[in-house]
Write a protein that binds this ligand. Structure first.
Ligand SMILES: *Cc1c(COP(=O)(O)O)cnc(C)c1O
Length: 406
């Protein structure tokens, strides 16, 4: 395939139409168009408003716990015997992952726009919990759409959302997973255009969501870049993050995109291998198509039907990927690699044993890739792995995989 021309900067997208090259855009129903345009306009105003920035900064510090630390993972570094490994500690945020960064930003946007009601979609429930959290904090009614299959297999998160005052609506369409929940949330939005704010959980969906979610998550990379300069006096050689929809990854990557000497690697869920359909590696094994309002790489069969995919890690279990990643893939700026369930499981256990940190299974995918490349690197080289979340939520899955009873 032809590579698109290399731009002078990888940090200027998307264009006016919300396109990153041939990816992105806003493929939505007519009725949603005015809302999408309004959201874009309000976002453009908000992001340059000192008052909005100050309120977000204040909440990020005192409610979410930012800045998150850049931690030298000495135990893992010794074990691997190569480059120095650092973890960006998003696991230490309130609610246990990077998702709060985006939810705080969007709830302030909803407030500014005078919305009265929050809707969100969730797969494993992590984004549902983060949305219910900020809705509780700001006193909004919140409806979370969740596939019926996911409701059944993620009962602790369903209970958390209920405790936080949210209503969880199970979606039985399709296979009852994240893709179906997202469709249902978009449908709700079309019917309740006036008073409802749709809080999307990853850097996907119609423009301007991929851009605004990226901007809220870019705090990860901005902090990490400054912290590395302060702690080591130079930029890292490699940065790595796991890619579900792609929000924690683009958040880490974006501030580094124009640092030519920094190698950037996104990790997709390789599941049980890329030969079959039991994976979620849309950029390594998918094809471009349109889903949830944007054009991007998707898992699809020969007829263009969207596949459900599989990953040991529920947060990576999304059949698409944010459009900016598709563009970064085709332009060659970012390399995307798959990691198998078993490899992630091994990284999960190793990190727990040598660091005393239980990583989310999503983050364990990124660590697993570090385990492959770090031993081959020089001891004076530097690697940052985004520790997108903590793994307490995953202990049941891991016990089951290891054939143990809790
Ligand atoms: C949701 C989640 C992910 C995947 O979502 P992205 O939008 O790709 O970041 C990764 N890690 C954790 C801990 C999550 O909760």
């Amino acid at each position: 395939m032809n590579k698109p021309a290399m731009p002078n900067s990888f940090r200027t997208g998307p264009d006016e139409q919300g396109m990153f090259g041939i990816f992105g855009g806003r493929f939505v129903a007519e009725t949603l168009m005015p809302l999408i345009l309004d959201l874009e306009e309000q976002w453009n105003k908000a992001k340059n408003d000192p008052e909005f920035k100050a309120e977000l900064q204040n909440l990020s510090t005192h409610y979410a716990g930012r800045p998150s630390k850049l931690y030298f993972a000495e135990g893992l570094t010794k074990h691997l015997g190569g480059a120095k490994v650092y973890f960006k500690r998003e696991d230490l945020n309130h609610t246990g992952s990077h998702k709060i960064n985006n939810c705080l930003g969007q709830i302030l946007l909803a407030k500014r726009m005078g919305k009265k009601r929050i809707i969100a979609e969730t797969g494993a429930g992590q984004h549902g919990v983060a949305s219910a959290t900020v809705a509780a904090r700001f006193g909004y009614p919140c409806v979370v759409y969740m596939g019926a299959t996911d409701v059944a297999r993620q009962s602790p998160n369903v209970f958390r959302m209920k405790l936080l005052g949210a209503e969880v609506r199970p979606v039985t369409a399709g296979h009852g997973t994240l893709k179906d929940a997202m469709n249902e949330a978009l449908r709700d939005w079309v019917t309740n255009v006036e008073d409802t704010y749709y809080l999307i959980g990853t850097a996907a969906g119609p423009h301007p969501y991929p851009e605004l979610v990226r901007d809220f998550q870019s705090v990860i990379g901005s902090e990490a870049r400054a912290q590395m300069l302060e702690q080591e006096g130079r930029l890292p050689d490699v940065i790595i993050a796991a890619v579900g929809g792609g929000s924690n990854a683009i958040g880490l990557f974006h501030p580094f995109l124009d640092d030519k000497d920094v190698r950037i690697i996104g990790i997709e869920a390789g599941g049980r291998g890329l030969d079959g359909v039991e994976h979620c590696a849309s950029m390594n094994a998918g094809k471009p198509g349109v889903l949830h309002g944007n054009r991007t790489y998707l898992l699809q069969n020969a007829d263009g039907q969207i596949l459900d995919g599989h990953s040991i890690s529920a947060g990576l279990d999304y059949p698409g990927v944010g459009p900016e990643h598709s563009w970064l893939r085709d332009s060659g700026r970012v390399q995307y690699e798959p990691i198998l369930d078993d490899e992630a499981l091994e990284a999960f256990q190793l990190t727990t044993r040598v660091e005393g940190i239980i990583p989310a299974l999503e983050s364990a995918h990124a660590i697993a890739h570090a385990m492959k490349i770090v031993p081959k690197m020089d001891k004076d080289q530097l690697v940052i792995v985004n520790l997108s979340g903590r793994g307490d939520k995953d202990v049941h899955t891991v016990a089951k995989m290891l054939g143990m009873e809790i």
